[in-house]
Design a binder for this molecule. Sequence first.
Ligand code: BGC
Length: 354
Amino acid sequence: MKALTVIPHQAGSAELSDVPEPPDSDGPVLVQTLAVGICGTDLEILSGAYGWSAPGRERLTLGHESLGRVLDAPADAPVSAGDLVVGIVRRPDPVPCANCAVLEWDYCRNGQYTERGIKEHDGYLSERYRITPDFVIKVDSTLGALGVLLEPTSVVAKAWEDVDRIGGRAHWDPATVLVTGAGPIGLLAALLGAQRGLDVHVLDRMSDGVKPDLVRALGATYHSGPIGDIGLAPDVIIECTGVSPVILDAMSHIGIGGVMCLTGVSSGGHLIEFDEGALNRNMVLENVAVVGSVNANRRHYELAAKALAEADRGWLAGLVNRRVPLERWSEALERRDDDVKVVIDVTTERGGAS
Ligand code: BGC
């Protein structure tokens, strides 16, 4: 079968390879891959900056934002043939650490976890894959091809859970959220904020185009420019750019008792001058919390599945604004101005999900 593979830490090594059928050791549920979303992590892997193949293997099959159709499953599995499904990305470490032992693998303590399509385990960007029943999530069939948004939504579902848990250290009744970055993660974070009935603000660089339109269609307010100009002290900030000046600007504007969640992965190595003393003083005197958040466990996928099932389909469709067939995979890796979520169609079902 065909798979999009890469040699980790070797830029320009991506190719459409012929690979063996998925190994039985990956699990008894056999899935036909329909589509796979491309995100910043994939681009990092393709650039040679991130990613690890399985021990003893040169190549890694890419793809962690999946959507597929079950071809075969054991009778006692929670999914059956024909179901639309998404595969969970991370697997607990083998030790296991205290968190992986209770299925909170997103908080793995020893770094020995694996991630499909990212770290030491082949991803979902192949025509078929196998998986164990406990790592597959059933998607509302009415979502169809939009189910490919489930994995990135799971990441923001976790971020919101973190925010609520930390905010809940005292009376917690947030009214405003500022989301920095209007990429797929930012827009999905804004969607979850709107679903909670908050006054949602989203900030990005573009002054017009698809992103501001998607923000306004949510009933949220779009901003470009310095955060200070907005005149807001948000209860919640979800940071989705990973860009240092934006992060520091946002940290300096959190409201009293507010919580800021960092979700963007930055490259590091950029030094900037900053008044840390002033930031520290405000954070202490105003009980401000800043937390980093990565990945998602099964509970977050389930929260995400519910959030997507309740979302406006037209709005979600606006997020997936470019679909590329597997044979033309390299086009999916180009960054175009109005791109939000680019998806590779692996199998096109007649009248079906894709
Ligand atoms: C994925 C996460 C993963 C993280 C770090 C993100 O793109 O969505 O599941 O944990 O990259 O590898």
